[in-house]
Ligand binder design. Structure first.
Ligand code: C6P
Length: 415
């Protein structure tokens, strides 16, 4: 079951995991670091750093290529990472778990290998107004290549998807629906299982951008019913340069390779090449082996704590953060959906978000400011950008206090 929480203010299941994250134990500008930018990139626990280091120190070689012991060890580590991640998202088979560089590459792969050969002029691809650029631009590119048209599902002033408009838009011209699980700029959790059901009643395949979904609750691709699910390792406490594309086997089987090169072939002749089986057909070249070893360690770490506990902890903290921010005069919250993950965007009257970001950084508090690669969201709310605090399992109430104090001070400097 997809258990991203429905209830915004569940009781806190307090977590005490800060000690596991070495990067959190440092001073920035003379103050203990408060890290509230996990939606951009989450910090890594020591077990992930150790797993990568152990692999690099003892087991490293290329995968699927050598008969020597180290190559076997590297291949075993890489393929057992795939199995670990398969189980984490409940994919039916290893063939359905393609390793990529990140969400961006996963979505581009689907746009080019799945959508492009199927699209014809007049077809439609539906995306929502709250998408990250990674779930807009690849579709614009493929529309340009094929004559298909991009259609945008509106959102409301709380940052929620207009489901009735989506229902109307999903007609027989639509060849693909590409939708985010959780908005990075607004925190909105979309009802993906319902959306997939709606789309599938009309035979429309669905890609879910899960970059902000996977870190915040257990994601079960079978229960969601999506055709593709894309996510990044670095947002779920793993290394950068790792990503996953889940795809239904029958669809992946039918798709041409995204890139050509070593490892994605069974036989190469000048008169024709036979491609490798799934998922290797989509993994040309030497992959980020140590990165996926680290990602598997991150999955172990998350499962040991428990995704439900993480979700409850984050929800409780989000409730506190939202209330405290909303109580500050001059602060406008951007993204107040009924169902949210632990991200809160805001703007402060008469102060540019970048100034806010710089001033709180001077007090040791890391938040992200700007358009968050979601410019259409900024256009909808008519703001140049927002300040965004994003919470993870290692944040606590003290972090919220520190942000609020830093903000108060920043605002006073402008008065
Ligand atoms: N969002 C943020 O600060 P990559 O860069 O491929 O790992 O992930 C891209 C991406 C796609 N979809 C969503 C919903 C995302 O949030 C992101 C990355 C970061 O919000 C960096 S812009």
């Amino acid at each position: 079951m997809n258990s991203l929480p429905d209830t915004p203010f569940e009781a806190s299941a307090s977590l005490d995991v800060r000690a596991d994250f070495p990067a959190l134990h440092q001073e920035i500008n003379g103050r203990p670091l408060v890290y509230l930018d996990s939606a951009a990139s989450a910090q890594q626990p020591q077990v992930v750093i150790d797993a990568v280091s152990r692999y690099q120190s003892h087991d490293h070689a290329n995968v699927h290529r050598g008969v020597h012991t180290l190559s076997h060890r590297a291949t075993d580590a890489y393929e057992s990472a795939r199995n670990r991640i398969r189980a984490f998202i409940n994919a039916a088979s290893l063939s359905e778990v393609v390793f990529t560089k990140g969400t961006t590459e996963s979505i581009n792969l689907v746009a080019q290998s799945f959508a492009r050969p199927r699209l014809k002029p007049g077809d439609r691809i539906v995306v929502s107004h709250m998408e990250h650029h990674a779930n807009i631009v690849p579709w614009q590119i493929v529309c340009g290549q094929t004559g298909a048209e991009l259609v945008v599902t509106p959102i409301d002033e709380r940052g929620q998807l207009d489901l009735e408009a989506l229902d109307r838009q999903l007609d027989d011209r639509v060849a693909m629906l590409a939708i985010g699980h959780v908005s990075n700029a607004l925190g909105t959790i979309n009802p993906i299982a319902d959306i997939c059901r709606l789309a599938h009643e009309r035979d429309i395949p669905v890609l879910v951008d899960g970059a902000q979904g996977v870190p915040h609750g257990s994601v079960d691709v079978a229960a969601l019913g999506c055709d593709f699910y894309a996510f990044s390792g670095h947002k779920m406490f793993g290394p950068t340069g790792t990503g996953v594309l889940y795809g239904r086997e029958a669809l992946l089987e039918d798709m041409p390779p995204y890139q050509g090169g070593g490892d994605m072939i069974l036989e190469v002749r000048f008169d024709g090449t036979v491609y490798n089986e799934l998922p290797y057909k989509f993994e040309a070249g030497t992959p980020n082996i140590s990165g996926f070893v680290g990602l598997a360690a991150a999955v172990d770490y998350l499962e040991t704590i428990g995704m439900q506990r993480i979700a409850r902890h984050e929800q409780a903290l989000l409730g506190i953060l939202t209330k405290r921010l909303g109580d500050i005069p001059g602060v406008r919250l951007i993204g107040t959906a009924a169902h949210k993950a632990s991200v809160q965007s805001f703007v402060v009257e008469d102060i540019h978000p970048h100034d806010i970001g710089t001033l709180v950084d001077q007090q040791g508090v890391a938040i992200r400011t700007g358009h968050h690669c979601a410019m259409p969201v900024m256009q909808y709310f008519d703001v140049p950008g927002t300040a965004r605090a994003s919470l993870a399992l290692y944040n606590d109430e003290n972090d919220v206090d520190r942000l609020i104090a830093a903000l108060d001070r920043a605002i006073r400097m402008f008065q």
